[in-house]
Write a protein that binds this ligand. Structure first.
Ligand code: DGJ
Length: 371
């Protein structure tokens, strides 16, 4: 597979593109490579809105903010501007130079507000803050008003933690070394949940999922990236109900992307290797509250063990087509973050499980017409 780089400047791409070319520069209506990394898509008013991290030439930290693009056909995108800009006020949580990653927007029908969640790291603190930032707007494209950041579910226990695990006296101080078998067992038993119980649970890579009943969930890498959490949001989507579960304790999952088909919930994730790609993981559940069962890597063929040199970010249900889902991933370029490209692939189903196969080029006719 040829990995193409170098796309931050204006280029010629025929207008009216009618296909996806994974890993190639993808030009917007201004002929600039789309700058919406770690993104997700909102469908509203017959339009797709793609929100993602604006990345610059030399750093992955946020210099601009959360970018927004719109499209009616999924191939051709117009830059709508910066939905949530970084702040120029020194001391603001979203001051330029902070980390704003994996933004996702959902619409709340009750409040008629668009709600934006993203992974926030505070300036100068590396990835230690592990917070979620929340912003809101009356319009899909923004501007979004930044509300606050937090660590989810302070003072709340996960639904699937036993009384014994909650009451355990084992703490990090009991271990001189991390990553031993005993330490991993303690992680499994909720070592970090107890450590972070009062201040709230760590929240890094993330996505949002809205179920058929309108309930929304924040799915995030927690517990030092060792364990995923699925947390129910309040009716206005601006906070948490306190109901949450742990998924795959100690499994080291990042980059969660969730969809639902025929009553089954599917989640595709990655392992934790920084900006380097690794093999995707896949989970299914009959209830959002689990149990979540792990399956093998959904990718097949050459470079399947590296998710085709990419990392999941979102799974997009295609409007107007039955069982049509697009796997969206990032092919990161840490040396020149702005040039990172996008890997969009159609999800096929074999024995009712998702399968991802590399395609140099494809279009929506891959999906069967609606019956
Ligand atoms: C992997 C995550 O998935 C990305 O969003 C980003 O946080 C990088 N790690 C940073 O190394």
């Amino acid at each position: 597979m040829v990995v193409l780089m170098g796309c931050s400047s204006k280029r010629d791409q025929p207008k009216g593109t009618q296909n996806f070319a994974p890993g190639q520069p993808w030009l917007d209506s201004d002929s600039l490579h789309i700058n919406a990394h770690g993104g997700g898509i909102l469908y509203s008013n017959n339009t797709y809105y793609w929100f993602g991290e604006h990345k610059s030439e030399h750093t992955s930290s946020a210099q601009v903010g959360v970018n927004c693009y719109s499209s009616t056909d999924l191939y051709n995108w117009k830059h709508e501007g910066v939905a949530l800009p970084v702040s120029d006020s020194v001391g603001s949580e979203i001051e330029a130079g902070c980390v704003m990653e994996r933004p996702k927007v959902i619409y709340n029908a009750k409040t008629q507000k668009f709600v934006l969640y993203f992974h926030l790291e505070l300036i100068g603190k590396g990835y230690d803050a592990a917070r979620v930032g929340i912003a809101v707007s009356d319009n899909a494209i923004g501007p979004y008003t930044y509300l606050y950041s937090l660590r989810p579910n302070a003072g709340m226990w996960p639904q699937n933690m036993t009384e014994e695990q909650k009451n355990s006296n084992v703490t990090l101080d009991d271990f001189s070394d991390w990553w031993t078998d005993d330490w991993m067992q303690a992680v499994d038993n909720g070592l970090f949940i107890r450590r972070d119980f009062e201040g709230g649970q760590m929240s890094r890579d993330m996505t949002l999922f809205v179920d058929d009943d309108g309930k929304a969930y924040h799915i995030y890498s927690s517990e030092e990236n060792l364990t995923l959490h699925i947390a129910e949001l309040s009716d206005d989507y601006l906070n948490y109900t306190g109901k949450y579960i742990r998924v795959a304790p100690g499994g080291h999952n990042e980059a969660p992307a969730v969809f639902k088909k025929d009553g089954t919930y599917f989640m595709i994730t990655s392992g934790c290797t920084g900006w380097d790609p690794n093999a995707a993981r896949m989970f299914t559940a009959e209830s959002i509250w689990g149990p979540w069962e792990q399956h093998s890597n959904p990718c097949v063929g050459e470079d399947a063990d590296l998710t085709f040199h990419s990392q999941s970010t979102y799974i997009l249900p295609v409007t107007g087509k039955d069982d049509a889902f697009i796997f969206m991933a990032d092919r990161w370029n840490p040396k020149k973050p702005i040039d990172a490209t996008y890997i969009w692939l159609p999800i096929e189903f074999e024995d009712e499980l998702p399968v991802l196969k590399w395609k140099n080029q494809w279009d929506l006719s891959e999906f069967a017409e609606t019956k």
